[in-house]
Design a protein around this ligand. Structure first.
Ligand code: ARG
Length: 468
């Protein structure tokens, strides 16, 4: 908060009638949320504009009062945006700060704005409006990253690298295929994000404190003005539900888990030991002591930030656990984890979306690594099976060939026909077609397989899905 009023010369009058002594100064600070919920000001004002418009339509406010309120709220917004707003801790939260500033500007009409609502439905509305905007921003950034991955996968459709299981060289794959695996993870994440948006897009406004209100409010009207699909069904649930925040953080945790896996691979691949890719200098930093170092800080940090986002999910789940209906002050604790999860995810997606198109593959190193790891051993076994050898026997033959290769320092494709024949008489000259890396990847030519042809087809399908 840029303009915070740490002293409390301005005392909260909202519940003055009931209280015989002022709130303890520490308690005031302890219970205040304005230090973080000031971020909701735009959404708070938007909600108030809809509420006041509706109150005038149903005759609770006069048209003059409505206009005073709408102009006043606009002026408050301008003050906040100009950095001229004095946030007061004594006024506890963004809602009461905005309302007090409005009343200071326009007088009695300002005091009527809160008719037929409570901060309980107000805050439930504000966070939904906030999160909906943020979901749209996250979705745009996710799409940018996914598009970058598709472009890179297409460029690298023919690039051969080792595919791993147990981080041991397993079978050759194409780099494009590997990148498309990342794409699929993100595509599921994107689905989860949009599900969360669809489920949360209902208006709690009108639930008031917990039971609804005695005024003749029009909930469908405020829902529509605020772009919600409809009003929520149950007032008690409306003010206490924070599922949408939990759902967003679930999405965020799974997304970060995926980004951490990709990060880990980028970190490994940039190392001298792998040498599979280059990350341009602008995504790396040096060491203050070791002049040769170029550290992949961006993926490392994304990997690290996964921890805090997972933490926010657990915070919110624990926050809601065992809470009785309806609103409890506990719920004020929903904001910091949610805000930080949103900020972190946006930053990490931005970093990735900027970085992915700049990844340069070191094709020779990838190829060499795939060649070194006996990665066509399965192809040799499949070759023998095609010639009538039972799979278990073929497995044994290949095992022995590999052991010989380790002893002699030769890849399967580097052995002579006679050398290979020591292990099985079935092996003929045509074996060399399957022992090449190119032959190995091209042979896996079915939907979801690693063949370059399949990678190009998958990119095409994925582009169509992204655009729909
Ligand atoms: N600052 C509060 C929050 O974030 C607003 C709702 C307060 N409601 C109440 N009954 N004290 O949850």
């Amino acid at each position: 908060m840029s303009q915070s009023d740490q002293s409390s010369e301005q005392t909260n009058q909202s519940w003055g009638g009931r209280f015989s002594e002022p709130v303890d100064a520490f308690v005031e600070r302890f219970t205040a949320s304005v230090g973080f919920d000031y971020r909701l000001y735009q959404h708070d004002i938007k909600g108030s504009v809809a509420h006041a418009t509706m109150l005038a339509k149903v005759g609770v406010l006069s048209l003059e009062e409505r206009d005073l309120i709408l102009d006043g709220l606009e002026a408050v917004r301008a003050d906040i945006e100009a950095g001229q707003f004095k946030w007061s801790v004594a006024l506890e939260d963004v809602h009461m700060n905005v309302e007090a500033a409005l009343t200071e500007r326009i007088g009695i009409a300002g005091k009527k704005l809160h008719t037929g609502r409570s901060r309980n439905d107000q805050v439930a509305t504000d966070i939904r409006l906030y999160l909906r905007d943020e979901i749209d921003a996250v979705s745009a950034e996710l799409t940018r990253l996914q598009q970058g991955l598709l472009d890179l996968a297409e460029r690298e459709a023919d690039t051969i690298m080792p595919g791993f299981t147990h981080l041991q060289s397993a079978q050759p794959v194409t780099f494009g295929h590997h990148l498309l695996a990342w794409f699929e993870m993100l595509q599921r994440d994107h689905g989860r994000l949009l599900d969360c948006r669809a489920r949360m897009n209902q208006s709690p406004l009108g639930a008031a404190a917990l039971a609804g209100t005695t005024y003749p409010i029009d909930r469908a009207m405020t829902a529509e003005l605020l772009g919600f699909d409809k009003p929520t069904e149950n007032s008690l649930d409306s003010v206490s539900d924070r599922d949408f925040a939990i759902e967003f953080c679930s999405f965020a945790s799974i997304l970060m888990t995926h980004l951490s896996r990709a990060s880990e691979e980028l970190v490994l691949w940039t190392s001298a030991q792998f040498g599979f890719i280059n990350l341009p200098d602008r995504f790396c930093t040096g060491s203050s002591i070791m002049p040769q170092k170029k550290n992949p800080d961006v993926p490392e940090l994304v990997r690290g930030k996964t921890g805090r986002v997972n933490g926010h999910l657990i915070s919110l789940l624990t926050l809601m656990k065992s809470q009785p209906l309806a609103y409890n002050k506990d719920n004020q604790e929903d904001k910091e984890p949610l805000f930080d999860a949103v900020d972190t995810v946006k930053d990490c997606l931005r970093a990735f979306a900027d970085m992915v198109p700049a990844i340069e593959s070191r094709k020779d190193n990838m190829y060499e690594a795939a060649r070194r790891g006996f990665s066509t051993a399965t192809d040799l076994a499949d070759y023998l099976v095609r010639k009538g050898t039972p799979f278990r026997d073929a497995h044994e033959v290949v095992g022995k060939s590999v052991a010989y290769g380790i002893k002699t320092g030769k890849d399967l494709s580097e052995m002579t026909l006679d050398e290979l024949k020591q292990f099985s008489e079935t092996i003929e000259e045509d074996v060399f077609e399957v022992l090449t890396l190119e032959g190995s990847v091209a042979a896996r030519n079915h939907t979801g397989g690693t063949a370059p042809e399949q990678v190009r087809a998958a990119v095409k399908r994925a582009r169509a899905t992204l655009e729909s």
